[in-house]
Design a binder for this molecule. Sequence first.
Ligand code: NAD
Length: 259
Amino acid sequence: MTERLVGKRILITGAAQGIGLAIARACLAEGARLFLLDQDGGLLRRSVQDLGAPAGTVGSAAVDITEAGGVEAATLEAANQIGPLNALINNAGVNVFHKPLETSEAEWYRALDVNVKGAWNCCKAVLPGLIEQGGGAILNIASTHSFTIIPGTFPYPVAKHALLGLTKSLALEYASQGIRVNALAPGYVETQKARDYWNGFEDAKAARTATLELHPGKRIASVEEIARAAVFMISDECPFMNAATLVVDGGLSQLQHPA
Ligand SMILES: NC(=O)c1ccc[n+]([C@@H]2O[C@H](COP(=O)([O-])OP(=O)(O)OC[C@H]3O[C@@H](n4cnc5c(N)ncnc54)[C@H](O)[C@@H]3O)[C@@H](O)[C@H]2O)c1
């Protein structure tokens, strides 16, 4: 263990699998204490066991982040179990991909509720404690969909653009109280969510290869590569980084595709 996050008590959402679980593992290895949330209680329990953390360093609760009451109760429980929170990583998110005019009202709200309102619910629950302690850090896991558009993925980019709006709004509102709010924007990452997306095509293997081929380095990110960037951003190593978005996409969003 190195000790880049000793003294950090971090709430991480969507931590039962994928990027969230990799972030949890990386933060734990750097000496943080964690409180993990996920709506999938069974998977979260198994993942917490797999982390094999020393007693008292990791707590967890099965919570749907779209329910503000549940989030608030979990935040209080987190303080009881690991001490007052001084950091939050809003990672939980859902892909909702449609053509705009084929998007039902329920799907519109599912995208906005989880990806934006859920993140806000967590900020709202954690911010008073950060203000009271005189500082802290919030990291929102955004996406390259936060500033680029892939046709047919509506309204996910609407929600992920809004998440950057939330990031910048809170960053400016609370900077004078020592609170940093930033976003990390991964491109394609090898997760179950990405595999579900490829499995939606007739030839999943070809769909995956096509995704890899899009990238300048002909590969996509591992969850660990995203987690390492998250550790840096939530640590005290970048105290003047605020209202920023760090893009970790292998250069994909800078590539001009032939017309
Ligand atoms: N995988 C990628 O390629 C990729 C790329 C860019 C950004 N992202 C973003 O990274 C984050 C994590 O993505 P992932 O691929 O690891 O996803 P994932 O589906 O593997 O894991 C997401 C976790 O969030 C939980 N979750 C979903 N809705 C929830 C809710 N309402 N309340 C509580 N928990 C909830 C799920 O149960 C799941 O365990 C998301 O915000 C996603 O938009 C992912």
